[in-house]
Design a protein around this ligand. Structure first.
Ligand SMILES: CC(C)(COP(=O)(O)OP(=O)(O)OC[C@H]1O[C@@H](n2cnc3c(N)ncnc32)[C@H](O)[C@@H]1OP(=O)(O)O)[C@@H](O)C(=O)NCCC(=O)NCCS
Length: 227
């Protein structure tokens, strides 16, 4: 990720230690980088729901704009329902009280609209923690927030005796895909959206010239009627 420029647009200050001329003063030790803010993780509360919903819409805006697959987050109603469901963890990561990341995971395949076949994992002796959502505030990308959230999820899996993390990611979400690959995630199997062009034709036929009005048929004569 590109480093942020200072607010006035001037180039970033050179932080490399400068060599001193021979006989000059002793080289000063390079100052340790200033400590950044603390990141804190906690469980989401009911009163956080609206704030987290807004956070998710913002965090997925760019991904959604480029994705054909289902959009995230789904609906506020569904999000409120999730809060009530058993077996789902919703974690908030905050810096100075502001939400910088959200992670949602579940211990079992739950819900009537789930996308997973549990026997796939049973056959392979996999006990997964399902990561249903992971999002970092765009202003905090590339600062280790996602890595911290992932570490927290791994920790949850470990303490619950689960030996895999499983998630779904849109194939064209390149940034996330590469990020997961670097963290040892491998593709299991998935439906891939495919598209083929079709030569199109207008639904309605073009205008057509009609023949001129017909000559009226000669009426049968009275004599013919009588015969
Ligand atoms: C994918 C996503 C979760 C990654 O989160 P992130 O906070 O940017 O991730 P990190 O900062 O931990 O890691 C990003 C990179 O920054 C680097 N980094 C880590 N700490 C850093 C720091 N203090 N300063 C600068 N760079 C740092 C890491 O080395 C990492 O590089 P790597 O991938 O080569 O290892 C985030 O981009 C995101 O929320 N995207 C939108 C939503 C989304 O797509 N979610 C996934 C859908 S399933």
């Amino acid at each position: 990720m590109a480093r942020k420029r200072p607010p006035n647009g001037s180039p970033p200050p050179d932080v490399r230690p400068r060599a001193t001329a021979k006989g000059g003063k002793r080289k000063k030790k390079a100052a340790a980088p200033a400590a950044g803010p603390l990141i804190n993780v906690r469980h989401m509360n009911r009163r956080d729901i609206s704030r987290v919903w807004d956070f998710l819409k913002l965090s997925f805006r760019d991904v959604n704009a480029e994705t054909v697959e289902y959009q995230r987050p789904r609906s506020k109603h569904r999000f409120e329902e999730i809060f009530e469901e058993e077996g789902i963890e919703q974690l908030l990561f905050e810096v100075n009280g502001d939400i910088v990341a959200y992670a949602e995971c579940s211990y079992e395949v739950t819900g009537s609209d789930n996308w997973i076949n549990p026997r796939y994992f049973e056959k392979r002796d996999m006990r997964p923690l399902f990561i249903d959502e992971l999002a970092v505030h765009p202003d905090f990308h590339g600062r280790g927030v996602g890595s911290f959230a992932m570490e927290q999820l791994q920790h949850l899996a470990r303490v619950h005796g689960l030996n895999h993390l499983v998630l779904e990611v849109a194939e064209n979400n390149e940034r996330a895909l590469n990020w997961y690959r670097k963290r040892s995630f491998k593709k299991l199997d998935a439906a891939i959206f495919m598209a083929a062009p079709v030569d199109t034709e207008p639904e309605l036929l073009p205008p057509r010239e009609l023949p001129g009005p017909r000559e009226p048929e000669p009426r049968p004569s009275d004599d013919e009627d009588k015969s």
